[in-house]
Design a protein. Structure first.
Length: 249
C-alpha cells in the first residue's frame, strides 16, 4: 500500500513539473511592448553596449508570427536599422539590434524555410528605387566516390519597390522555399548540416542583393549605409552580400 502511495506522489510531482514547464516555455505571448517601452529597452541595451547613438523613432512593429517580431527604427544619428524580438521564458526579449538595415535573412527555424524572413530598412531619402534579392546556387562540377557530378546554376530573384516599402520583413517567396526544402530533403540522406558546413553535394545557396535607382543603375553600399555601424546581441541570420550586375545571369 505504501509503495502505491509513493508512486502516486511521484506521478503527481512529475505532472506538476511538466505543467510548469509548459507554462514557462509555451504559454501564449503577452501583448507586445508599446513604442515607449521599446525605445526604453533598446536605448538601455545600447547604453550597456557603449554605443553613443540612440534610437529616436520606431517605424513599425512587424509580427513574423506570434512569438517573433521585427521592429525597424531610425536613430538620432540618422541610421535606419532593425531590431528583432522573441517571446520566451514569459517575456519579450530583444535578441538583436542592428544600426544598418542591410538586407538579411532571419532564420527563425533553421530546419524550416517557411520560417525564413527577408528583412531590410533603407533610407527613403536615398536614391534607392528598387531592391532586388537573390538566391543563387553556383554551377559545380567534380568527382566524389569515383563518380562525376554536375549541378547547374540556380538563380532566383525577388523585386521590392522601395517607394512603397522602404523597410519590411517578408517570408521568402514560395519558389525559394520549395527549392530550399528540396535541397534539405536531399541532404538528409547524407550528413550535411544546413548553413553550418560545406555541402558535399555542393548544394549550398548564396543570398545576395542590390539596389537600383530610378535609371536602373546600381546604388553603392556606401551611399545606402554608413561605413560605421553597431550591433547588439545576436540572432539566427544568414548574411546577404551585395551583388554586382556582372555576377548575375
Amino acid at each position: 500500500m505504501r509503495k502505491r502511495h509513493n508512486s502516486w506522489i511521484w506521478i503527481s510531482l512529475i505532472s506538476v513539473l511538466f505543467a510548469v514547464f509548459l507554462w514557462w516555455n509555451y504559454s501564449p505571448p503577452a501583448a507586445f511592448p508599446d513604442n515607449r517601452e521599446l525605445l526604453k529597452e533598446m536605448n538601455s541595451s545600447l547604453g550597456e553596449y557603449g554605443a553613443r547613438d540612440k534610437v529616436d523613432r520606431i517605424q513599425k512593429v512587424i509580427h513574423a508570427d506570434n512569438r517573433h517580431v521585427a521592429v525597424p527604427f531610425v536613430s538620432e544619428d540618422g541610421d535606419y536599422g532593425m531590431s528583432f524580438w522573441i517571446w520566451g521564458k514569459r517575456k519579450w526579449e530583444m535578441t538583436s539590434l542592428e544600426s544598418s538595415g542591410e538586407p538579411r535573412i532571419w532564420m527563425i527555424d533553421y530546419a524550416d524555410p517557411s520560417s525564413y524572413f527577408l528583412t531590410w530598412n533603407i533610407n527613403p531619402e536615398s536614391a534607392a528605387e528598387e531592391l532586388n534579392a537573390y538566391m543563387i546556387r553556383r554551377r559545380d562540377y567534380g568527382m566524389a566516390d569515383g563518380k562525376h557530378y554536375y549541378f547547374p546554376r540556380i538563380q532566383l530573384s525577388n523585386e521590392i519597390t522601395l517607394a512603397k516599402e522602404s523597410f519590411g520583413a517578408m517570408p521568402l517567396p514560395a519558389t525559394w522555399q520549395e527549392v530550399l526544402n528540396s535541397s534539405i530533403r536531399l541532404e538528409e540522406i547524407g550528413t550535411y548540416q544546413w548553413f553550418n558546413s560545406y555541402s558535399t553535394a555542393a548544394m549550398q545557396f548564396e543570398f545576395g542583393w542590390n539596389v537600383l535607382d530610378d535609371r536602373g543603375k546600381s546604388v553603392s553600399q556606401e551611399v545606402l549605409f554608413k561605413s560605421s555601424n553597431y550591433s547588439y546581441g545576436s540572432s539566427d541570420f544568414q548574411i546577404m552580400m551585395m551583388i554586382e550586375e556582372s555576377e548575375l545571369e
